[in-house]
Design a protein around this ligand. Structure first.
Ligand SMILES: *Cc1c(COP(=O)(O)O)cnc(C)c1O
Length: 228
């Protein structure tokens, strides 16, 4: 199966999930997660219609950056260390993994330094299980309040990664549903640089469930580019 064919199938599945849940497929952005893949593979996907790509490591972005077709927007979807922000502030269009004020502030400072405002998502850890990234939902209000003072970031929404629990799709669905509920709750908060429009949730194994539960950005790697 070629990348172009895989993309076609994934788009069809997105459309079917939208039909099942009464949604408009135009509301869903498909992010092709290209981590571990070389620029040739990445560009093949872009030529076949991928408009947004996701990478989880700063080092990979900087290594491949010059060779990647510039028509695609790059999303940083993995854990980001504060000291690495400076390498990507001028390269990515959105950062999905903000989980502390310190990180948000560094992104803001580095973005202003290159004359821009960065779109960010707050990563939530919904399952409550020990995980290295994402904040607990209870701490979201406090974080948003701190972030509203930052001029170099715009909070566009929320992101989550359910824990790996193969076969437990009910639990996954519950997590997606909670993220949606939290985003609706926070929508009413009036801050100049916070607007909860985006829900980044759903990967190869669960993007249809995520769409049924309100996702607006699905991050799909293996179903497009094959096993890593
Ligand atoms: C790797 C990765 C994905 C894509 O996972 P697949 O199972 O390949 O679809 C999505 N989101 C994040 C944060 C990732 O690291």
């Amino acid at each position: 199966m070629s990348i172009a064919e895989n993309i076609k199938r994934v788009r069809q599945r997105i459309e079917d999930a939208c039909i099942r849940s009464g949604r408009n497929p135009d509301e869903i952005t498909l992010i092709g997660v290209t981590k571990t893949h070389g620029a040739d593979v990445i560009n093949e996907g872009i030529a076949a219609g991928i408009t947004d790509i996701g990478e989880n490591r700063v080092q990979e972005i900087t290594a491949k950056y010059d060779d990647i077709d510039k028509r695609a927007k790059i999303h940083l979807i993995g854990h980001l260390q504060t000291n690495k922000v400076k390498y990507i502030a001028d390269k990515v269009s959105m950062i999905h993994s903000v989980d502390s004020f310190k990180l948000a502030k560094e992104i803001s400072d580095r973005s202003l330094a290159v004359g821009r405002v960065m779109d960010i998502l707050i990563q939530l850890n919904i399952s409550g299980e020990q995980s290295k990234s994402g904040i607990e939902p209870e701490r979201l209000d406090e974080l948003l309040e701190e972030i509203q003072s930052l001029k170099g970031v715009f909070v566009k929404g929320l992101m989550t990664i359910p824990p790996v629990e193969v076969g437990n799709m009910n639990k996954t669905r519950e997590i997606f549903r909670s993220l949606k509920k939290i985003s609706v709750d926070k929508q009413s908060k009036i801050y100049d640089n916070i607007k909860m429009n985006i829900l980044s949730m759903g990967m190869s194994n669960d993007f249809e469930i995520a769409i049924e539960e309100g996702s607006t950005m699905v991050r799909v790697g293996r179903a497009i580019y094959g096993e890593r």
